[in-house]
Ligand binder design. Structure first.
Ligand code: ARG
Ligand code: ZN
Length: 874
């Protein structure tokens, strides 16, 4: 156990700093062994602070070389260093402080601050990484104008980048020297620096007001043929943000850099976004359709941050969802506009209902605006991001498209250049729409997933439907007795002909016609629908209108009807999911059988050429094991795995002809392109192949043949996965060997190869995972590799991770301990599956808890790991 327990910090303790930093001038001298950093800070005392107040700066892993205040070198007594701080005395109302520090980027395995990745240098400063570069007021409410000088060996570092505009660039005596100046004030977490021997792909964009912007993507030389798609996605994002939000780009240059070693997906540094290479690089031979869509979404996300995050930023890290929730909402709408909106909604709802609902039900549950944390890195969560986005989406449903836009316009206008809170965002929505959102704000303060219970009664004589909705929200750590939240229930009443009935509801004020939303604002409410001439079928929470669980018994007949006829695509899919869940639960009790009428509906869907193929693919995909687990009080992962497999097998076996016919119909001779129509067709084709392989030997032969003839990674990978999952071990082994031979030089493809194996129920046994960890392609220092093997194993190969002797848990705990020292952020993230121990059947629960206790005994736990483990054991 660590000697001093890390302390939590609280939102209620927020105070402005005693000083602001108006101007920051940085000089980096990159040398082989270390980097010298000189920081000149123009400090201005906060009006609220006492004259003579000390300046308290944050710093971590820094060697302090010198301190000069207003031209005078400081000596002992005029400053003090703490373990992670520097206190300087004697500042005037305005003072200039010069700090020189030495740092060691090559030894920085935490990948925060300035570090080396291969032959290049790069930075990651969000949330609190800048303090590993120099002593600073490393908090988002301190916004400064940055000038950055970089000096490095000219031969090794032809490319030297930082934020803003390049204002000087020369080579002098073998040294490359540049100066970048960013005219926009920004917090230190948006600072970035890159140095390397990189190639650049360039393009241009003309903004809505006719300004010309240079677009540049920097990559290592071997990746220059993988930049086209990201560049195209960037231009589409820039146009979309102008059209949808009226937001124009504000510098003359926008740069993206791809880096192999990166803890997260990407980072929105001002004018210089840094990306995990897996989230930006793609060409048809190496990237799947799913990878292309992810790249499009992340490029957009980071670009959109230029306004929702950079121009208007967060006052403190408790407001993280201010920028992340809003920006995820913005990128989700963009992706919906670029592709199938319904399929995007289904994917997002799936993440909410599996990953986020599980987080809400576990020991790390926290509100969208948390009130305390030990390590902020642990709060880059699905709750902050995805639930935060859902909350913004509910505002969009409540206010309507135009009302929402008025609110966002006011927000950007009012707060441009400021660091603000989530409530400032809500206030702008209220003021622009003259509406009181007091009740709505509870979504930000209360953790947990609300449960809505539905009761309906039809009175044929009165031609009335009475709908009673009640809500409750379970206790979460530190929170009980929650208040009712404002839940928008988008709904339709469907007649026997499949058409929506007209809606005339009392109280009329609870209904918004434009968005077809019923407002549930109390613990229990009854709504009366008039003029209902037949017993309708209810379609509730259309488009996943609120992130809630719904308790509503509907008959299998009703669900089958909705699956075929609901005008809301999301609810068609959801009806199918609910049916499948009921079959899986029946299979667990040994009484499942696929009824002929169900089989026929599936057959019709597969043959229906009027439907979007990607939508059909969603409709026929079984709920994941993680989602099924959400419905059991005591989770038995092995039983869930077996039951799901049985249902999958039954569908495959009874529709062999239909799957093969669908597959044949969707075969295409067109050249591969990552465009929506093609991607949609491939998604259904490859789903059909996966079922066909399970249903017949012909399917297996076809998969092998598709693997051999594929000219793109989507088809090659889908065939490989189908063969691996078929259980045909000889063929699987052969193809996996071929695949590695073909791609061993391409790190991103090798990562996919690792994760297909590690996440597979057929292969992912503990002993095999150990072999993968010892494979030359594996590297503990690279987060993508760690995720590809250990993340895939613990989150997907559930039947092996939950092995009954606990060996799966032990493997993961060992990995967490190993990474605790080198990369705490990744270690803490990897822990998530172990935090679920309370939900498991007793035998497994005990074994998992024992591993957490073993981690807790470790001597030098990082704050990151300590927070997750200690909260999990409470
Ligand atoms: N702001 C970045 C993004 O969403 C993520 C940064 C994550 N950093 C971290 N330390 N967890 O787009
Ligand atoms: Zn973000």
């Amino acid at each position: 156990m660590r000697d001093a327990q890390p302390k939590a910090i609280y939102l209620k303790d927020y105070q402005q700093p005693d000083y602001w930093i108006e101007r920051t001038e940085l000089t980096f001298e990159l040398q082989d062994e270390y980097t010298l950093v000189t920081a000149q800070l123009d400090c201005v005392r906060n009006e609220q602070a006492q004259p003579g107040a000390a300046l308290l700066l944050a710093g971590q892993d820094l060697e302090l070389l010198s301190l000069v205040l207003d031209g005078q070198p400081l000596t002992a007594g005029q400053y003090e260093t703490g373990e992670e701080s520097l206190t300087v005395h004697g500042l005037q109302e305005r003072s200039q402080l010069e700090i020189q520090t030495r740092i060691y980027p090559a030894k920085n395995t935490a990948l925060e601050g300035l570090y080396r990745s291969g032959g290049m240098y790069c930075t990651q400063c969000e949330a609190e990484g800048f303090r590993r570069i120099t002593y600073y007021l490393d908090r988002p409410d301190v916004m400064s104008v940055f000038t950055t000088h970089i000096i490095a060996d000219a031969a090794q570092f032809p490319v030297l980048l930082s934020n803003g505009n390049l204002v000087a660039d020369c080579v002098d005596d073998g040294l490359h020297k540049v100066t970048w100046h960013d005219p926009h004030k920004k917090p230190a977490y948006l600072f970035a620096l890159v140095a390397g021997d990189l190639r650049v792909k360039e393009d241009r964009f003309t903004t809505m007001n006719g300004r010309d912007v240079a677009l540049k993507i920097f990559v290592e030389p071997q990746n220059i043929d993988k930049t086209d798609y990201a560049l195209d996605a960037l231009k589409r994002s820039m146009r979309w943000d102008e059209e949808t939000y009226g937001r124009e780009y504000d510098l003359d240059i926008f740069m993206i850099v791809a880096v192999d070693d990166f803890n997260m997906g990407a980072m929105e540094n001002k004018g210089l976004n840094i990306f995990n290479s897996s989230c930006v690089l793609a060409n048809p031979a190496t990237a799947t359709d799913a990878a292309y869509q992810r790249i499009e979404a992340i490029v957009a996300h980071e670009y959109f941050h230029n306004w929702s995050g950079n121009r208007v930023t967060c006052r403190d890290w408790f407001q993280l969802s201010l920028k992340e929730g809003f920006t995820v909402f913005r990128d989700a709408c963009f992706s919906a506009d670029m592709n199938s909106a319904t399929v995007k909604r289904i994917e997002d709802a799936n993440i909410m209902r599996t990953v986020q609902f599980a987080e809400d039900g576990g020991p790390m549950a926290h509100p969208v605006q948390p009130d305390s944390f030990i390590e902020i890195s642990n709060f880059y969560t699905v709750t902050i991001y995805e639930k935060g986005s859902e909350v913004v989406g509910m505002l969009h449903k409540i206010l309507g498209k135009d009302g929402f836009r008025k609110g966002s316009d006011l927000y950007f206008e009012r707060h441009d250049g400021q660091a603000v809170t989530i409530y400032d965002f809500v206030q702008a929505m209220e003021d622009a729409n003259h509406v009181d959102l007091t009740l709505f704000k509870r979504w930000y303060k209360q953790a947990g997933t609300p449960v809505v219970t539905v009761n309906s009664e039809y009175d044929a004589d009165a031609q009335q439907l009475r709908l009673t909705l009640s809500q409750r929200c379970p206790d979460t750590p530190g929170q009980s007795n929650k208040l009712a939240q404002w839940i928008p229930v988008q709904l339709g009443l469907i007649g026997a002909d499949g058409q929506d009935l007209a809606i005339d509801v009392e109280p009329a004020a609870a209904w918004t016609e434009s968005s077809q939303v019923l407002h549930l604002t109390e613990a229990e409410q009854t709504f009366v629908f008039n003029g209902i001439s037949e017993q309708p079928r209810l379609s509730l929470f259309r488009d996943f209108s609120a992130p809630v669980k719904v308790e509503f018994e509907q008959s299998a007949d009703d669900l089958l009807f909705l699956l075929q006829h609901d005008s809301d695509g999301f609810n068609r899919w959801d009806a199918g999911q609910r049916l499948m869940l009921s079959w899986i639960s029946a299979a667990q009790q040994g009484r499942f059988e696929l009824l002929p009428q169900v089989r026929d509906v599936f057959a019709r869907l597969l043959a229906d050429e009027s439907l979007d193929p990607a939508m059909v693919s969603c409709l026929l995909t079984l709920p994941s094991e993680a989602y099924i687990a959400e419905f059991s009080a005591q989770v038995d992962p092995l039983a869930i795995h077996a039951a799901r497999k049985q249902v999958q097998q039954a569908i495959a076996a009874s529709l062999v002809k239909e799957f093969s016919a669908c597959y044949q119909r969707l075969q295409s001779t067109a050249a591969y392109a990552p465009v929506p129509a093609q991607m949609s067709a491939r998604s259904l084709k490859n789903l059909a192949l996966a079922y066909w392989v399970k249903g017949s030997a012909d399917g297996l032969a076809q998969a092998v043949s598709q693997y051999r003839s594929a000219d793109n990674m989507t088809d090659q990978m889908a065939a490989l996965v189908a063969v691996v999952n078929s259980g045909a071990s000889a063929q699987a082994e052969q193809l996996l060997g071929d695949f590695y031979q073909q791609w061993s030089q391409d790190a991103l493809v090798v990562n996919q190869w690792l994760s297909v194996q590690a996440g597979s129920a057929e292969l992912g046994r503990v002993e095999f995972i150990q072999q993968l960890l010892a494979h030359p392609a594996f590297d503990w220092r690279n987060p993508n590799k760690v995720r590809s093997v250990l993340g895939a194993f613990a989150n997907q190969a559930l039947c092996h991770f939950h092995r009954e002797d606990g060996a799966g848990y032990r493997l993961l705990a060992d990995a967490v301990l190993r990474l605790n020292d080198s990369n705490p952020q990744i270690a803490a993230r990897l822990l998530t599956p172990l935090t679920k121990w309370r939900r498991l059947v007793p035998e497994l629960s005990e074994l998992m808890k024992a591993e957490l206790q073993r981690i807790m005994q470790h001597d030098a736990l990082s704050k990151d790991v300590y927070e997750v483990v200690s909260k999990s054991l409470i």
